[in-house]
Design a protein around this ligand. Structure first.
Ligand SMILES: NC(=O)C1=CN([C@@H]2O[C@H](COP(=O)(O)OP(=O)(O)OC[C@H]3O[C@@H](n4cnc5c(N)ncnc54)[C@H](OP(=O)(O)O)[C@@H]3O)[C@@H](O)[C@H]2O)C=CC1
Ligand SMILES: O=C1O[C@H](COP(=O)(O)O)[C@@H](O)[C@H](O)[C@H]1O
Length: 500
């Protein structure tokens, strides 16, 4: 891998502490960091290089998936880190940064490859990009790349404005927009499931699939992020980015070649075929909810309006469910249902593919469950297939059987999303980063929902913490003769589990 400089804006923040430093450490242990690298952390406070290295070490000890640490190699890892004080609005701080970057490039004999990671509030993205350009940091003999965190804009217009500003300093192919769901192994696996399994490829369309359900439910509430969340809601926090990205990855046609350009082209086609929401569709196809108090995992928790920092009369959505239609030859007529919510009964991100069930027509009086393909993304990673089979222990009755394709976990766990994504960015592989066109098309689809929420044209249903969300979300499926396949309903089936 080429030598490089990694500049981290927001190096004293929460994301750096919990995700970015542990990811860099695990990449280092797995020998996936460039052999020669200079890592420069930035924050507004006064910190010596040594104090900063201690902070990095603490975060690795607290949050790394690896629990064993060798002091000598930890020392070597920390040696790559330096700190520079920087306020995004102070041009002279960018000059000081440039001097440090150059000094380290000389000391370590690095190529002039520079990666800038913006782990700061989004309102700083454009100022930083501009200052990188104007200070000379962006003029390199090698490459330059920009990694940015979400949220990418607050609505369609602000996203477009932001993109226009960023594009004055960085070309599209230099921008890596992080959507950490795209770093999850099972999401990355979606394209392989179809191209590597001809049997699935032949089933993967409206001919055999009755509906697709994508769920991202969480047990946590708003936690300490009310300042951000109360202005964002589930629609901006989860739907516009993560859920639509999963939808694209699930519904895309198999690309001719497996590379970033082809995969992104296929994803874009899905978004282009997504039926736009008319004003009246929003009321019919979107369900909005907000949690009230209840019990989660046996513990009483307050409602959203009682959370610290939340406006007591807030109408922010903490739950959204939607019915979507992809009007292309593969999926016309197949409803896609998505839903996400905080303070729900279980933490579960998964895709359930329900196959068409002709057996009940052919064999009168039989009430067989449909075949289901369940792709569990988080917290467990697993693929299972539900078939119907005779049970010799129940008078040969035909019952659902779940076949489980789980992989053994290693002692250190699998690389986290941030490890995979940072590694890909080091290598210039943008396959699992969101392209601007995808982001723009996602905002275009979401914008009528934002307008309807803003104007209160969609009811705001209360749901109990610890529940599966408002009943209206069940009706969304019932209208088409379906139901949400919950973890517990799938597991209610007598299980015969075959491990690969
Ligand atoms: N935390 C998370 O789990 C997630 C965060 N994100 C996104 O990541 C980004 C960072 O989030 P997070 O780490 O939680 O935020 P924090 O508030 O914890 O940290 C913000 C960082 O920005 C720095 N900063 C603030 N103002 C300035 C300024 N004027 N000039 C230079 N630096 C400044 C802070 O430095 P100082 O210490 O000097 O104040 C700090 O390092 C945001 O875009 C967020 O939306 C995305 C997904 C998850
Ligand atoms: O981006 C976000 O994702 C998390 C959920 O991520 P997961 O990997 O635990 O599924 C969510 O809690 C947060 O509100 C949102 O900003």
């Amino acid at each position: 891998m080429e030598s490089m400089t990694f500049v981290l804006f927001g190096a004293t923040g929460d994301l750096a502490k919990r995700k970015i430093f542990p990811a860099l450490y695990n990449l280092y242990v797995d020998q996936k960091l460039p052999k020669s690298i200079s890592i420069i952390g930035l924050g507004r406070g006064d910190l010596s290089h040594r104090e900063f290295q201690e902070k990095v070490k603490e975060s690795v000890l607290d949050f790394s998936r690896r629990l064993e640490h060798d002091a000598a190699s930890m020392g070597e890892f920390l040696d790559d880190f330096r700190y520079s004080k920087l306020d995004v609005n102070r041009k002279e701080d960018f000059q000081a940064l440039l001097q440090l970057v150059k000094q380290r490039e000389e000391e370590l004999n690095l190529e002039e490859n520079r990666m800038f990671y913006l782990s700061v509030a989004p309102e700083f993205f454009d100022t930083i990009a501009l200052n990188i350009k104007n200070s000379g940091l962006g003029q390199t003999k090698g490459w330059k790349r920009l990694i940015i965190e979400k949220p990418f804009g607050h609505d369609l217009q602000s996203a477009r404005e932001l993109n226009e500003k960023l594009s004055r300093a960085f070309a599209e192919e230099e921008i890596y927009r992080i959507d950490h769901y795209l770093g999850k192994p099972m999401v990355q696996n979606l394209e392989a499931l179809s191209y590597a399994n001809p049997i699935l490829q032949s089933l993967w369309s409206k001919k055999h699939i009755a509906n697709v359900q994508i769920t991202a439910s969480e047990t946590v509430g708003v936690e300490k992020r009310a300042g951000y969340y109360d202005h964002a809601g589930a629609i901006r926090d989860m739907v516009q980015n993560h859920l639509l990205q999963i939808l694209m990855m699930t519904a895309m046609d198999t690309p001719e070649k497996i590379n970033a350009a082809e995969i992104r082209k296929m994803k874009q086609k899905v978004m282009e075929s997504l039926r736009p929401l008319k004003e009246e569709d929003v009321q019919n196809d979107i369900v909005r909810g907000q949690y009230i108090s209840g019990e989660v995992n046996g513990q009483y928790v307050p409602g959203y309006l009682g959370e610290p920092g939340v406006n007591p009369s807030s109408t922010t959505d903490t739950f959204v469910a939607a019915r979507l239609w992809i009007d292309n030859p593969s999926w016309a007529g197949v409803p896609f249902y998505i839903r996400t919510g905080k303070r729900m009964k279980e933490k579960s991100t998964r895709i359930v593919i329900e196959f068409k069930n002709n057996a009940n027509h052919q064999y009168k009086n039989s009430q067989m469950d449909p075949n289901l393909l369940v792709i569990e993304i988080n917290p467990n990673e697993n693929i299972s297939f539900q078939l119907n089979s005779k049970n010799p222990l129940n008078n040969g009755k035909v019952e659902p059987v779940k076949i489980d394709f789980s992989k053994e976990q290693t002692e250190f766990g699998v690389p986290e999303a941030y490890e995979r994504l940072i590694y890909d960015a080091f290598n210039g592989d943008s396959t699992f980063f969101a392209h601007w066109t995808e982001v723009e098309l996602s905002w275009e689809w979401v914008q009528p929902i934002l307008n309807a929420f803003e104007d209160n044209r969609v009811p705001l249903y209360e749901y109990n913490s610890g529940s599966y969300g408002p009943v209206a979300a069940d009706l969304l499926l019932l209208e088409n003769g379906f139901k949400w396949w919950l973890n517990e309903t799938i597991q209610e089936s007598k299980e015969k589990v075959l491990h690969t």
